[in-house]
Ligand binder design. Structure first.
Ligand SMILES: *[C@@H]1O[C@H](CO)[C@@H](O)[C@H](O)[C@H]1NC(C)=O
Length: 154
């Protein structure tokens, strides 16, 4: 009997987490912005704007994207972070920080610092001259400054 109670307690923890997540979704808890760091799985086009051969701004990438446009996402269409953003009631695609088409007003509700081919170790990003993780963080700090200027300290 004791054994059973322990087993139930163990299973209850993930269930609680799930219920909390559902609660967040149900109450429209305020997620004001989605900030993305990472590699090709979540790069929404930063590599288009750096000097690397690791790009995906040509067909067949983007063939199922709005307007059949290759965006620099390593995907036929949107990527997971775009869907997550939309699920939180934010925009349906997360813009790349280095894309000159966008500015801080676009980035306020979501921005992507990811760079395809990067890794946790600088030796990884060096291979194809992509953005190392520390640089993604530097860009994030720069973004924080711009955002303060745009929306104020609070
Ligand atoms: C951002 O770009 C839009 C459209 O080009 C422009 O209207 C707006 O003033 C810009 N915002 C900032 C804060 O630079």
């Amino acid at each position: 009997m004791k054994q059973n109670i322990k087993t139930i307690a163990h299973k209850a923890i993930p269930l609680l987490l799930l219920l909390q997540l559902l609660q967040i979704i149900r109450t429209n808890a305020k997620v004001s912005s989605i900030i993305v760091f990472g590699d090709s799985t979540v790069d929404s086009g930063n590599n288009n704007h750096i000097s690397t051969i690791l790009k995906s701004n040509f067909e067949p990438y983007g063939r199922n994207f709005d307007g059949k446009k290759p965006t620099g996402r390593f995907s036929n269409g949107r990527i997971a972070t775009d869907f997550i953003s939309q699920a939180f009631g934010l925009k349906s695609t997360i813009p790349a920080y280095l894309d000159p088409m966008y500015n801080v007003s676009d980035f306020a509700s979501g921005v992507c610092f990811a760079s395809a081919g990067t890794g946790y170790d600088d030796a990884t990003s060096d291979v194809l001259s992509v953005i190392p993780l520390w640089k993604e963080i530097d860009y994030y700090k720069e973004y924080q400054k711009q955002l303060r200027g745009y929306l104020g300290e609070e």
